[in-house]
Design a protein around this ligand. Structure first.
Ligand code: ATP
Length: 931
């Protein structure tokens, strides 16, 4: 075979625009100059990537810049500000003064719009970066070796391997398949999976859905396996042609963001009502002469009531949350998960790989006549067999020989040595079997020559077993052409056996032998080993997939293999943290109940008295009965993926907020149903990832607990700055309303000054509060309901209380400042004092609110240096507004002398003192309650 060189490629490019479904596999391979066994050589890949480009879909256009910008200005709060600006402009123009407030408000509206726009585009970029992190990998054959590459690196001519759960990364022509079924809903809308066939040739005009010898990008392998020649990549693929369908990280508003929008609406409506009341009431009392004054007051109140800075702070906090989580290996796919993770009450976790290391090492073998211990570590095929029953060389015995042969033949994994280290490609369970066989001197290379595979009945979590059919090599059975090898859950394989291998003979299996085998199985499982049963059967023909049940019967029992999958070290601790945090961990596994129980007990997931429920038992329960059980079961064993769905639903019916892990195709419904669906980053199928809210980049249970902690921190911080911002808003409104009631002339704060406070002096510290690290007790309290109102647990009353304290302090100062200013000549100075005090008091508030329970002196000021920096920076800005002439002119402030400034600082400090005093009182009561 010749491969095109660089110069060939420009003149003699492989033609990818062919009717591939009309070509035989040989024609297709020829056309793309590829090799079904070796794939493409390295130099070709780079050449072709250069020519065809990366296998990526161009991003959809999404919303245009103008649309994003427009959305910013249609936000109800900004609309109201624009309205306020217009009214204020009209008032100023009538007085023949320059409409400074109006211009400033407009400027701030525009600035806010631009900031919002920048934030949204940044958020989109961040999401795109996250998407890259979760971009799928593909198994290919290149340079004669199987390997894994990023999907975007595929080129036409690559040989791609498919297995159940994979989302296909490029269009291609089938070269081989075993029972391959593909769901093409993404492309054809047809939910039913399509059976694929390699050797069918089709007419050129066959519709897309009928082209059974082709596979398409974006579709999902539901069952079986296949080998595919990549024919089209990137935008050339069918899906690329129709539309750039992005499997983007979804960017939907979180429940909190929705509630914030609602809050905005309520506040705006409230503001409008307030304006109407002040104007109407004032006119009724004092007549139309006061109309303009009243209008000015009410406009200020309207601006004061709206927390202009809040939406931006919420968005930034959620973004920071996702970043913190990714640093701890949890990749958020759907933004709501960030804030709701903190509410999780139950974590339902798979065992293999999540709670355990997924590095299997076979430790024991039980054949009908031998009990063997196997030594060795990792996947290196180096170790000893030691017979615990008979002293002579057991490996040379037929029973053990056959068992090890089956370990190799009934196996899809690949054992390889890379840079001196033995690793596996594929299922670790199967990898361990290859290692075991290697220790006995049995390798695929030699066995395949004698007994090549001609058919298979694939593994699924429902069947819990798999079978392959190989050519017979005479020495197995004289009469049969083929041997069917079956391995899987010991109970299920044993059930299908009618005879047993004893030395060289095959004899009918007795009831006593069956019980003995089950006893051995229980004993190994009880020690936490994962046990597989092995059997075989000579067959005359290659059974079709539909005949699986019949084919996998009348088997000859060969033996049991027990492997250790050590629990992950960090999980025990993580389970403990869960319990302290009021979260109940639950193990859901396909493995044997005794294996599951042993590991669950070791990890602390199962406590004495907790029930283990098997899939079989679960099947017999009605949904209502299951709902009654779920609170007492901490281990579910031998379950199928559909049971997972029932378990989540039952827990949810009990009012639980459930996080659930999954990796297989069939786990997708349970992941969707769970409040937080969690997919595995390493072993998870693309389909499960697609259905998830979060991906564990390291497949580790401890990561779920870490993400939960971050979720709690995010939610705490959001509540913290809502308290901070809205408390101040209430204070401002009350102060503005109080001025005319107290008979002080004029409005104390102009709309411009209020905007300054809400956006800058409130906004910056609020952003800093969003960075607050976890409170020490964050994982020592029960989870909060995700359905609780934001105002629950004292937040509403805090806001009102602090708002009133704010107002009282400022009003006392206002009274003093008013008369002081009257006496000093520059009457308007009292307004600057009110403005300054309100701003500075918020600085004290920001420092004190960092913790609900700990006094500020008890906290390290540098554990959140942002708050300190924001407070210093904002205070300096505020002083500039008073002491820099141009700013003074713009903001309508006046210079304060030393005494006045000191009074402002003094009154502001009282705010800090008040909040600290509240904490002291709280401690006093808490201590009393404890006594
Ligand atoms: P978890 O759900 O915690 O990941 P699991 O990995 O044991 O647990 P499955 O992969 O569904 O769950 O396996 C269920 C059972 O199927 C296993 O206990 C084992 O008996 C059998 N089994 C697993 N892998 C294979 C395989 N490659 N070939 C044959 N049987 C297997």
């Amino acid at each position: 075979m010749t491969f095109p060189t660089t110069s060939d490629l420009s003149t003699n490019v492989p033609n990818t625009a062919q009717a591939w479904h009309t070509l035989t596999t040989e024609q297709a391979l020829d056309s793309l100059q590829s090799d079904p066994e070796k794939g493409l050589p390295e130099n070709q890949i780079q050449l072709r990537q250069g020519y065809f480009g990366l296998n990526e879909l161009e991003e959809g256009k999404g919303r245009s810049t103008l649309e994003i910008l427009w959305d910013q200005f249609t936000n109800i709060m900004l609309v109201m500000l624009i309205f306020v600006a217009i009214v204020s402009a009209v008032l100023d123009l009538r007085k023949a003064v320059f409409p400074k407030d109006a211009v400033a408000i407009f400027a701030i509206v525009v600035l806010n719009g631009i900031l919002g726009y920048l934030q949204e585009s940044r958020a989109e970029k961040a999401l795109a970066a996250l998407k890259k992190l979760s971009s799928p990998k593909v198994r290919v054959i290149r340079n004669g070796n199987p390997s894994e590459v990023a999907a975007k690196e595929l080129v036409p001519g690559d040989v791609m391997l498919l297995e159940a759960g994979v989302q296909i990364a490029a269009d291609g022509r089938l070269l081989e398949e075993q029972n391959l079924q593909i769901r093409e809903a993404a492309l054809t809308g047809e939910a039913e999976a399509v059976n694929k066939e390699t050797n069918r040739l089709l007419e050129a005009d066959a519709p897309l859905g009928d082209r059974v010898n082709l596979v398409y990008q974006g579709t999902e392998v539901v069952q079986g396996r296949g080998k595919v020649l990549v024919t089209k990549t990137g935008m050339e693929t069918e899906i690329g042609k129709i539309a750039a369908m992005l499997q983007a990280v979804e960017n939907e508003p979180t429940p909190l963001q929705q509630r914030m929008t609602q809050l905005g609406n309520v506040l705006v409506s409230g503001a409008l009502i307030l304006v109407a009341l002040v104007v109407l009431g004032g006119v009724l009392r004092a007549g139309w002469g006061q109309f303009e004054n009243l209008l000015e007051t009410s406009l200020s109140m309207a601006v004061a009531v709206v927390p202009e800075g809040l939406p931006a702070v919420v968005t930034v906090t959620l973004a920071i949350g996702t970043q913190r989580m990714v640093r701890r290996n949890a990749l958020i796919r759907k933004l709501p998960a960030v804030e709701t993770l903190g509410s999780v009450t139950n974590i339902c976790s798979d065992k293999t790989g999540t709670l355990t290391q997924n590095k299997m090492v076979v430790q024991r073998i039980e054949t009908p006549s031998f009990s063997l211990r196997v030594s060795g570590e990792g996947y290196a095929p180096v170790g000893e067999f030691e017979s615990t029953t008979t002293p002579y060389d057991a490996i040379a015995q037929v029973e053990v020989e056959r068992l090890l042969t089956e370990c190799v033949l009934c196996n899809d994994a690949i054992l390889q040595q890379q840079q001196g280290e033995w690793t596996i490609l594929g299922d670790p369970t199967e990898g361990a079997l290859l290692t075991l066989a290697g220790k006995g001197g049995f390798y695929r290379e030699t066995l395949n020559q004698k007994m090549s595979r001609v058919g298979e009945i694939p593994f699924s979590s429902e069947r819990k077993r798999m079978s392959v059919i190989c050519q017979d090599s005479e020495d197995w059975d004289k009469g049969a052409d083929y041997i069917l090898f079956s391995k899987g859950s010991p109970e299920l394989v044993l059930e299908r056996c009618t005879s047993i291998q004893q030395g060289e003979k095959v004899v009918p299996i007795t009831e006593i032998q069956r019980n003995q085998i089950l006893e051995q199985n229980n004993q190994m499982a009880g020690n936490g080993l994962r046990v597989l049963g092995f059997a075989y059967r000579p067959v005359a023909t290659i059974p079709e997939i539909e005949e699986a049940e019949e084919a996998e019967s009348q088997l000859v029992w060969l033996g049991l293999v027990g492997m250790l999958d050590a629990p992950r070290k960090e999980v025990r601790d993580a389970v403990l943290r869960c319990r302290e945090a009021g979260i109940r961990p639950i193990m859901i596994t396909g493995d044997h109940q005794l294996t599951a129980k042993a590991i669950a007990s070791f990890l602390g997931i199962a406590e004495p008295g907790d029930r283990v429920l098997t899939g079989q038992e679960l099947e017999k329960l009605s949904q209502t009965e299951l709902e009654k059980e779920v609170d007492h079961v901490s281990v579910y064993a031998r379950v199928s993926p559909e049971h997972k769905l029932r378990i989540v639903q039952a827990l949810q019916k009990q009012g639980k907020f459930v996080a659930m892990t999954g990796d297989g195709v069939n786990d997708a419904p349970a992941l969707k149903q769970a409040d937080i669906g969690i997919a595995m980053g390493i072993t998870g199928t693309d389909v499960s990832k697609e259905a998830s809210d979060m991906i564990l980049l390291d497949d580790n249970f401890a990561t779920i607990v870490a993400a939960t902690e971050e979720g709690r921190v995010v939610y705490d911080n959001i509540r913290r700055f809502i308290k901070y911002i809205l408390g101040s808003n209430i204070g401002e409104v009350l102060v503005i309303a109080a001025a005319p009631i107290l008979g002080l002339g004029g409005v104390p704060l102009s709309p411009l000054q209020i905007l300054w406070m809400n956006l800058v002096t409130d906004g910056l510290p609020a952003l800093a509060l969003a960075m607050e690290p976890a409170e020490p007790n964050v994982m020592q309290r029960p989870p909060y309901s995700p359905r609780e109102s934001i105002f629950s647990r004292g937040l509403g009353s805090y806001m009102v209380r602090i708002g009133i304290v704010f107002a009282i302090l400022t009003i006392i100062l206002m009274e003093w400042a008013y008369f002081h200013a009257q006496a000093s000549g520059i009457q308007e100075r009292w307004k600057t004092m009110v403005f300054t005090t309100l701003c500075l008091a918020q600085m004290g508030h920001a420092l004190a609110i960092r913790s609900d329970t700990r006094l500020t002196v008890q906290m390290n000021p540098f554990s959140n240096p942002y708050v300190l920096a924001a407070v210093v920076f904002t205070t300096v800005l505020q002083l500039l507004l008073i002491y820099v002439e141009s700013l003074r002119n713009f903001f309508g402030t006046h210079v304060l002398d030393g005494t006045e400034l000191a009074v402002c600082f003094g009154f502001s400090a009282l705010m800090f003192v008040w909040i600290e005093a509240e904490k002291l009182v709280y401690h006093l009561f808490a201590a009393k309650r404890l006594n």
